[in-house]
Every structure is written in C-alpha cells, then in structure tokens.
Design a protein around this ligand. Structure first.
Ligand SMILES: Nc1ncnc2c1ncn2[C@@H]1O[C@H](COP(=O)(O)OP(=O)(O)OP(=O)(O)O)[C@@H](O)[C@H]1O
Ligand SMILES: [Mg+2]
Length: 282
C-alpha cells in the first residue's frame, strides 16, 4: 500500500544520488516501471506568495498520471513548472529540482524542453490558421520544408489525436470552423506533431460537453500507449476513468498523496484526501 510520497521513506541525510536511486526503486515497486521525471523539494512562488510546498514525486513513464486537488491548490502551477510555461508570469519562480533526461529542467533551455514536453490547455487555443497549418506549425519551426514529409507528419498527428477522419477532406479550412471538441483534438495533434515524450493536459475537457470530453479522455488513454500523459483534473470520475496514477495536492500546495489511482480512491491514507474524495471540500 502506498501511503505517502517516497521522500518520506527516504533518509533525508542521504546524498542526492542515493535519494534519486531510492525514488526510482520506490516507483518501480509501486508502479512496476521507470520514472520519466523526478521532482525534488519543489517550491513555487508568485512574487512572495508560496503556492507549492516541498513537492517531491517521481512520475512514472508509463500510463496517465492525474494531478488532482481543490481549486487554487496549485495543480496548473505544478503542470506548468514541468515545461517552464510559468516563466511568462513576472515574479514567478520555482526552486528545487525537476530531473528529466538527467538534467534539472528548471535550468535547461526552455525552447528545447517544450518540444519534448508538449502542453494542451484548458480552452482550445488553435492559431488563426488552417487545420493543416496548425499541425504543421511545430515541424516547420524545426525547419521541415519537404511538403510530402510535412503532409505525412500532419496526417500521423491527426490520426493519433483521433481527428483525421473528421478533417481529412477539409485540411485547408480555418481551425475556427471546427467544434470546440475538435479544436481541442487539433491542439493535441499540434502538440504531438513535434513528437514530444510527455504530453501535459490542463483540464482539457473543462470547456467541452460530455461527448467531446469522452473523446478526449479516450484519446489520452490511447496516447499513453506511446508517451507519458500528465493530466490535471478536478473531476473525480474523470481521474478514475482516465488515470493509472494520481497525485493529490491540498489547499496549501502540499502533495498529500501519490500512488496508483485505484488504491488511492479505494483507501486513501491521508484523512484530508479521504475528505476531498468524499466531496467534503474542494
Ligand atoms: N499568474 C499568477 N499570478 C499570481 N498568482 C497566481 C497566478 N496564477 C495562479 N496564482 C495563484 O497560485 C495559486 C495556485 O494557482 P493554480 O492556478 O496553480 O491552481 P489550480 O489548482 O490550477 O486551480 P484551479 O483548479 O482553479 O484551476 C492560487 O492561489 C492562485 O491564485
Ligand atoms: Mg488550474
């Protein structure tokens, strides 16, 4: 049974290498797989306001990890830290370590990072361009000019985002001619076109009707077969359906619990998480 994030079980006086090894071992025991990102002692500040407190967790490479918690607890902030999207906010800063591919990503090149860690936002935000050009945008920035290769890449990304059949005959139409759910899948395709290793999704269904949400959830599950998906949701049912693992933050930006979704939903160890899951707050 997973009680608390691994760092509580790890000797605080051990060196960082020993701690990293211990985290990997914990993740292997708990999730039967490797980690793709290890977060260590992450604090996050907007100016002087500290909104994440000492968050440490290893995110498994396989499957979908959900980040949950009451409104304002720091879910989006945690997600945005993972590809440094917070940097557009003046006065925002993160301290601690977030290890990805052997480097602290808080100190790596954000442009390269965002190609490896793509993001989909709460509201669909296609560019004012055609469907094709939206998806081709990233590869073109990378310098891909070959028309045939671009067309193949666009088709592949649209397939993986489960949108191809609906748009294959209208690729030159404006992205704004699509429904909200289709626009969100287009944004997923746009993120996928640069072949990221991780896809971050911040409440990707909150602006969509149940049917469109269902398609996004299904797509997220399918994508998890080939990359790591990390999704923020405050919808318990959605987290239950879509995620393999869940991290629950509490109102003070503290990570209260992290582990396989089923064991956390069925028997949360932290009383505050149990209250949250019962809908007593949040
Ligand atoms: N740009 C910002 N400038 C200052 N404070 C911010 C900014 N964005 C968020 N905050 C504050 O940081 C805290 C965490 O916000 P965040 O958006 O990460 O929470 P959340 O869990 O995603 O909330 P929600 O469920 O409402 O989306 C909140 O107190 C919020 O007011
Ligand atoms: Mg949010």
């Amino acid at each position: 049974m997973v009680k608390r994030p691994e760092h509580r079980e790890i000797d605080a006086t051990a060196g960082r290498d020993a701690q990293v090894d211990a985290t990997r071992a914990w993740v292997k025991r708990t999730f039967y797989g490797e980690t793709i990102i290890e977060i260590w002692d992450l604090d996050f500040f907007y100016g002087r306001n500290r909104v994440l407190h000492d968050v440490s967790l290893g995110i498994p490479k396989d499957g979908v990890t959900a980040i949950m918690g009451p409104s304002g607890c720091g879910k989006s902030t945690l997600l945005r830290t993972l590809n440094r999207m917070y940097e557009v906010v003046p006065g925002a800063r993160a301290t601690g370590e977030v290890i990805f591919e052997g480097e602290n990503l808080l100190k790596s090149d954000p442009v390269i990072l965002r190609h490896k860690i793509g993001m989909v936002f709460q509201r669909p935000n296609p560019f004012p361009k055609s469907i094709f050009d939206n998806v081709a945008y990233g590869p073109r920035i990378h310098g891909l000019r070959n028309r045939r290769k671009l067309a193949d890449l666009v088709e592949d990304a649209l397939h993986r985002a489960a949108l191809w059949d609906e748009v294959k005959d209208r690729l030159k139409d404006s992205a704004f001619s699509l429904s909200g759910g289709q626009q969100q899948r287009l944004c997923i395709a746009r993120a996928l076109a640069v072949r990221p290793r991780i896809l971050l999704m911040d409440e990707p269904c909150s602006a969509l009707d149940p049917k469109a949400s269902d398609r996004i959830e299904h797509t997220a599950r399918e994508l998890a077969e080939e990359l790591t998906v990390i999704i923020v949701t405050h919808n318990l049912q959605q987290a239950g359906r879509v995620s393999d693992n869940v991290a629950v933050l509490l109102a003070d930006g503290e990570l209260a619990e992290f582990g396989p979704t089923r064991s956390i939903f069925e028997s949360p160890q932290d009383e505050r998480v149990a209250d949250y899951l019962c809908g007593r707050f949040g």
